[in-house]
Design a protein around this ligand. Sequence first.
Ligand SMILES: *Cc1c(COP(=O)(O)O)cnc(C)c1O
Length: 353
Amino acid sequence: MDGRELLQFCSNDYLGLANHPKLIAAMQDTAAQFGVGGGASHLVCGHSSYHHQLEERLAKITGRDRALLFSTGYMANLGTVTALLGKGDHILEDRLNHASLLDAGLLSGARFQRFQHNDMADLERRLRKLPADGNRLIVVDAVFSMDGDMAPLAELAALAQKYNAWLMADDAHGFGVLGESGAGCAEFFGLSQQELPVLMGTLGKGIGSFGAFVAGSEALIETLIQFARPYIYTTAMPPAVAAATIAGLNLLSEEPWRRQHLQELIGYFREQAQAFALPLMPSNTAIQPLLIGDEQAAMALSAALEQRGILVSAIRPPTVPVGSSRLRITLSAAHSKADIDCLLAALVEVLAA
Ligand SMILES: *Cc1c(COP(=O)(O)O)cnc(C)c1O
């Protein structure tokens, strides 16, 4: 920044793949062959063999019948929720869901309820009171983007089953990172397509590329192709991006050390932060926010860290509730243990000041 090098702890490039030579080469080679632009929407003539291959890979990795690519996660959420629900239907969202899911719920025209964060009793109370008519969709972030904690997906799946609702999980921060093979929240919790019928993931975070997908049944994917307007009415992502994404997916199995290293860094950071009595939040993922509270204080701490060569942005309302401003620290497989030590030393200094 401004000619200075900073050590960065706030991107979502959890596996450090965004700069991987294999992703770069895949993008360069495919651009040389197919050009830069997607040229048209998927349904017109923008759907290349790379897009198709990528969809097939995503279905296989997630253990779903099919997957559909979207240009961004925001559009995937908007498109999916509005394709599945309309007036007379019901949507129940965790109150800490990502903005794109909240916007999607509002845009759908369905009756919208937000339940208390990860509070299954509150959700069940609301499900019990729903009228008999209309479709029901429960939607959560699998890993909450600003808190780093996980949704209790197994319990959510059981409630969805009991109350005849569909369950949708947004795995933006889990896909590539969670689960034995990096397949994300469904693998982590061992949830089948029947238990978790609408699985959305993004490709611009753990996978180091760009774009998003929804995976599920044949009927779900056909419904999205027909009714998800942010899928239909937009230019397909460039084929070179799809090719780079395939290279990123290959690396999930080629370089499993990235997930292991990240897990080690998470454990090390939490252990050290606890020893220094830093205000950790209850998270076991790569998102390790420090709760500060006051907006000005969070801004000042971020600025003080920057002076010490560390980049961590402050997250403030309306992204998080008033009074819960925080330093959203994210860890990556691209970090070393020495990097974490630098971060910790700087944090201890600025928090003591
Ligand atoms: C980042 C994010 C999105 C949006 O994905 P993009 O591909 O960046 O548009 C959606 N949901 C969650 C939970 C996210 O963190």
